[in-house]
Design a binder for this molecule. Structure first.
Ligand SMILES: NC(=O)c1ccc[n+]([C@@H]2O[C@H](COP(=O)([O-])OP(=O)(O)OC[C@H]3O[C@@H](n4cnc5c(N)ncnc54)[C@H](OP(=O)(O)O)[C@@H]3O)[C@@H](O)[C@H]2O)c1
Length: 251
């Protein structure tokens, strides 16, 4: 893109796509606590309103589905955006595409790409003209991208594809900065699809094999995102936030 939006405003404008829950909400709350003007998006109006009330500060909400190009275009029109974007965080999730490879339904994996990979690229492309000259972009990938967890080859493909784009995008879009945070297992509403007892058992098992002895909190990933976004000398980086779960030896 040839043009970029005018220089940064005194109050930074932070857009968190997928900011009504989990890691996105925690990130929006952290920026808001620092005095930023925050815009959060998501598909569910009630979730957005509840998250905005919890976040407080100068929080704007916008209902949109990141799998819908029309919704993305409508969000990134000058009329719906109150100000150029200083920090863009993409936290929209998908859940499809996991399971042992021998049983993996490739249509399900394609849905996984439709829910996470393509929305990220569509959002980023549409956002370009609205990013300030020294804006940051932070994506959220997953430890599965570079770990050898059984049953995650499909998730590795989705998140690995995003991680592979970080260095070339950082160079191509400079002086804007592009980074990613790669979380391990984080206790967010994403996991509510797993029945509570089963989830507790799963988290306990994961904690036992993780060097820090527990799963992560969304606020911890938010801190990692905030650090990458606000440090003007970091770009092209994928930062692990896994409690050591993806280290080659563990303990
Ligand atoms: N939690 C983990 O253990 C973990 C581990 C590694 C990586 N991650 C990654 O971290 C990111 C955030 O996950 P999370 O755990 O915070 O999930 P979450 O609690 O389910 O939050 C996801 C957010 O994205 C929104 N969203 C989902 N699909 C959307 C769509 N099509 N269009 C617009 N908004 C959408 C959700 O709101 P609506 O549902 O209302 O749209 C919600 O605000 C995801 O990319 C996930 O893959 C999570």
């Amino acid at each position: 893109m040839a043009s970029s939006a005018p220089s940064t405003t005194p109050t930074p404008h932070v857009v968190v796509m997928g900011g009504s829950s989990g890691i996105g909400e925690a990130t929006a709350a952290l920026f808001a606590a620092d005095g930023a003007a925050v815009t959060i998006t998501g598909r569910d109006r009630a979730k957005l309103d509840e998250a905005a009330a919890r976040i407080g500060g100068k929080t704007t909400t916008h209902r949109m589905d990141a799998t819908d190009q029309g919704d993305i275009d409508a969000f990134f029109t000058p009329l719906s955006l109150t100000a150029p974007i200083d920090h863009l965080v993409v936290a929209v999730s998908g859940a499809a595409g996991s399971g042992p490879f021998a049983e993996l339904d490739l249509d399900d994996l394609a849905h996984g790409f439709d829910a996470k990979f393509w929305p990220h690229l569509r959002i980023l492309k549409a956002a370009l003209p609205h990013l300030t000259e020294r804006a940051s972009v932070t994506l959220i990938t997953a430890a599965s991208a570079r770990a050898a967890f059984p049953g995650t080859s499909g998730l590795a493909a989705i998140n690995g594809a995003l991680e592979a784009m970080i260095p070339p995008l950082a160079v191509e879009l400079a002086p804007r900065r592009v980074n990613a945070v790669s979380p391990g297992v984080i206790d967010t509403p994403w996991w509510s699809r797993v029945p509570e007892e089963q989830r507790k058992e799963l988290f306990a098992g994961l904690a036992a094999t993780t060097p820090v002895n527990r799963v992560g909190r969304p606020e911890e990933v938010a801190q990692a995102i905030n650090s990458l976004a606000t440090n003007g000398f970091i770009t092209g980086v994928v930062l692990d936030c896994t409690g050591g779960a993806n280290l080659p030896t563990g303990r």
